[in-house]
Design a protein around this ligand. Structure first.
Ligand code: GTS
Length: 218
């Protein structure tokens, strides 16, 4: 399998964390797509992912899987039972809902802020910007942080009692928050404590170095 991504990107981080949680790192090789050169908007890449976003998982049969949720769902059951996306109908429903909510209320909102209200990927790539929309999305993300803080005050993980894809999505959100220097509010102590715990997971800690040449294999 091949992962087309950008090593330090928050969305790529989601798939890298899932890969490590499933112990599948040795089964993939990484190809870097340079976001700052706009390689993800060129015809060659758009043929792999119509949406022009990273990451993309290329299967050995030539199938291209885009969207972190879809890729995570695929990886989660590739070799055995699901451990990240739930097994019972209830677990699957709650995890999917919370992961989507983490996208809507946090990660995607920060992404819009980055692309619209900061220089983003630079003038050659950011051909349309709407700063007002970007700033609104920044505020939405801060509100989302309070929401996830409230959830984590009453349960250890984002979707309940166990680590799941929903935690990975919130981690992606806080990675992006760090990149754009959007602070987690001081009063969000449960979210901060949870994030500190997440940093202890090797999958989270080692996500960027995972694609170092010595470790990547075909
Ligand atoms: N819904 C997509 C997913 O879940 O995979 C969003 C993916 C996404 O936005 N990826 C970022 C991207 O391609 C990568 S990164 O910013 O996290 O590194 N951004 C480039 C762009 O122009 O939107």
């Amino acid at each position: 399998m091949t992962i087309h991504d950008w090593p330090t990107g928050p969305y790529p981080a989601r798939v890298r964390i899932a890969l490590a949680e499933k112990n599948l790192q040795s089964r993939v090789r990484f190809v870097t797509v340079d976001l700052y050169k706009g390689e993800h908007k060129k015809p060659d890449f758009l043929a792999k992912n119509y949406s022009g976003t990273l990451p993309v998982l290329e299967l050995d049969d030539g199938t291209f899987l885009a969207e972190c949720t879809a890729i995570t769902e695929y990886l989660d059951v590739l070799d055995g039972p699901a451990t990240l996306t739930g097994t019972t109908p209830r677990e699957k429903g709650v995890i999917h809902m919370m992961s989507k909510r983490a996208e809507l209320e946090l990660l995607d909102a920060i992404s819009v802020y980055f692309h619209h209200a900061t220089p983003g990927l630079g003038p050659d790539v950011e051909i349309y910007q709407n700063a007002e929309w970007g700033l609104r999305q920044r505020d939405k993300a801060v509100k989302g942080m309070h929401y996830f803080d409230a959830m984590l005050q009453r349960q250890p993980f984002v979707a309940g009692a166990a680590f799941s894809m929903a935690d990975i999505t919130v981690i992606g959100g806080l990675i992006f928050a760090g990149l754009v220097k959007l602070q987690v509010p001081a009063e969000c102590t449960a979210l901060q404590a949870w994030y500190a715990r997440m940093q202890e997971r090797p999958s989270v800690r080692n996500r960027v170095t995972m694609s170092a040449p010595a470790e990547a294999s075909a």
